[in-house]
Ligand binder design. Sequence first.
Ligand code: 5GP
Ligand code: MN
Length: 339
Amino acid sequence: MRFITKNIAKLDSLIRNSKKISIVTHYNPDGDAIGSGAAMYHYVKSLDKQATFIIPNPFPKNIEFAVEDVEYLIAERTFKQAKQTVLDSDLLLVVDMNNNTRSGDGLERVLNESSAKKVLIDHHVKPDKYDLSFSYPKSSSSSEVVYNILSRLTKQKVLSKEISTALYLGIITDTGSIAYSSDDPDVYSVLHYVLKSGIIASKLHQKIFDTYSFDRLKLLGYAISHKMKVFLKQRAAFIYLSKKELNRFHYKIGDLEGVVNYCLKLGEVDFCAMLTEREDKIRISFRSKDASINVDKFARKYWNGGGHVMASGGKSYESLDKVVKTLTQQIYNQDFISK
Ligand code: 5GP
Ligand code: MN
């Protein structure tokens, strides 16, 4: 990963000259959001800074181990306190998101209002402008970017165990256990040093991936056997689930993590989506098997979202039925193929 040496020096002095630091990440945080944020938190704490990790809303239980010794606030639960903490901070580290909107309505306004210096550490395409930016869209994960930053700041290749635990979580979840971004040798080099810290990767992997509830596993089976539409001619598929169906399986945050990827297991499918009915909107995930199908572009153009070339998300405020119809039409029109 190429770094502008001056930017590392700038970050170093921004951190050293700050008293209170907040780390902020995106709404519906995943392993990379939690991992990259927790790693930055541990680093600034090691310099005796006051630090808080501001997490917009609750996250899955299986990734909680990464924030065991992290002081964090769930903004949706304690908004006033989160807002005050951000406004009292003299430095904001914005991780795993490319613009303030991604932290959700409430926090977005607070971030915009804050007069603190803001540093972006991210791997999503088309980032907004920040005071200092470490944006690496070709990188596997924000956690990989964080490793590269911290190894330069500390001048150490092997980082602490708690930082390495958090980075392992981020890299391994955002790459689907090194299935995506797996052509990039740098990912393996970073993992080499992450493991050298002494963490037990096999145990962490089990904690992350092999702790399903029976309900979660049944929901996965149901989604695949009853709620997957496949369009062989267009080489596309999608899964759609209503709120009622989620309730039937006692849905908990994180239970649908990774389900969209099952569509791509079909040899005949190159593009897929998953639609889930949430409280006030339909959440959509898009995935593709090849960079020639750009789902970031597709999500931006039609679904009020974005992300990466081969993994993106979006939303709609229409009914689930309507979204199913619209997406079906888009598949028939092959709108997902960049023209
Ligand atoms: P997921 O489908 O796992 O929720 O999201 C896939 C990727 O797209 C993630 O990297 C996520 O950060 C990004 N993403 C998801 N939803 C949105 C969105 O509404 N806007 C943007 N810009 N990116 C999104
Ligand atoms: Mn990420």
